[in-house]
Design a protein around this ligand. Structure first.
Ligand SMILES: Nc1ncnc2c1ncn2[C@@H]1O[C@H](COP(=O)(O)OP(=O)(O)O)[C@@H](O)[C@H]1O
Ligand SMILES: [Mg+2]
Length: 245
């Protein structure tokens, strides 16, 4: 297995604010499903936005598949790295679901036929073919989330970044989404404080606390350390607590 995404000593400052990331380093291998866990404000969303150059590091470097992230490599990297925002409404802006999914591919110098194929494939992958003519703002939370994921899949990225994908979903849509993600063979980085989803999906967890990596270890090991989780403002998942009794 070879390295796919590397963060090397990344620092990041928003203007006029304290440092949001303070020397973050980690490496993902191809095909890994990894959680970025942390309390609100830990720096999870910032970290995801640094993976595809929506934000650029103040210092340190990011490498995706052997390509260093710079202003020059932005386009190449964005084709590799698909970010699914926390709020699906930020990702959906066309009159219909189908047009939203076709939008990305239509900017990629593909033929109309190729765009149509990618759009159908992406809808199929997340099971929303029946919603193709719907107006995105009329969809339920779970349907919106799937549509947002499809808009990114249609760009055929090799790395998927998901920011709090289960937030705001009812239990059944949450469960369906987790099952969907479990089937993905993409390399995935999932920012969340949904500890039960982490237990279900991610064998490895990077624990982020106030902009610093507090731990990077097999998820089981992290869940075993209650005091570490508490220091980071998190709790063991309910399923885990039950199993230990
Ligand atoms: N646009 C911004 N301007 C200034 N500070 C920000 C901005 N976005 C986030 N921050 C700050 O950066 C830190 C990390 O935020 P964020 O990455 O959103 O954390 P998380 O996603 O883990 O909740 C927090 O202290 C937050 O207040
Ligand atoms: Mg966030």
């Amino acid at each position: 297995m070879h390295h796919y995404l590397t963060f090397n000593d990344i620092h990041f400052n928003y203007p006029h604010a304290e440092e949001a990331l303070r020397g973050v380093s980690f490496t993902l291998q191809h095909g890994e499903h990894v959680a970025i866990a942390g309390a609100n404000g830990a720096g999870k969303s910032t970290l995801l936005m640094l993976c595809n150059g929506l934000l650029m590091p103040t210092s340190g470097w990011v490498d995706v598949g052997g390509v260093r992230l710079t202003e020059q490599s932005l386009q190449t990297i964005r084709q590799q790295v698909g970010l699914i925002f926390q709020d699906a409404d930020n990702q959906l802006f066309m009159p219909t679901v189908e047009e939203d999914i076709a939008f990305g591919p239509s900017l990629m110098h593909l033929t109309d036929e190729e765009v149509a194929t990618r759009t159908s494939q992406a809808m199929h992958e997340v099971g929303i073919e029946h919603l193709r003519g719907r107006e995105p703002h009329t969809l339920s939370g779970g349907e919106k989330r799937r549509t947002a994921i499809a808009t990114v899949l249609a760009m055929t990225p090799s790395l998927l970044l998901l920011d709090e994908p289960t937030t705001g979903l009812d239990p059944r849509s949450r469960r369906q989404l987790i099952e969907l993600l479990r089937g993905f063979r993409h390399t995935m980085l999932i920012a969340t404080h949904d500890m039960d989803m982490i237990a279900d999906l991610c064998p490895r967890t990077i624990l982020l606390n106030e902009g610093v990596v507090a731990a990077d270890a097999p998820t089981e090991k992290i869940f075993d350390d209650a005091s570490l989780l508490e220091r980071c403002g998190l709790e063991r998942p309910l399923s885990w607590q039950a199993m230990k009794f």
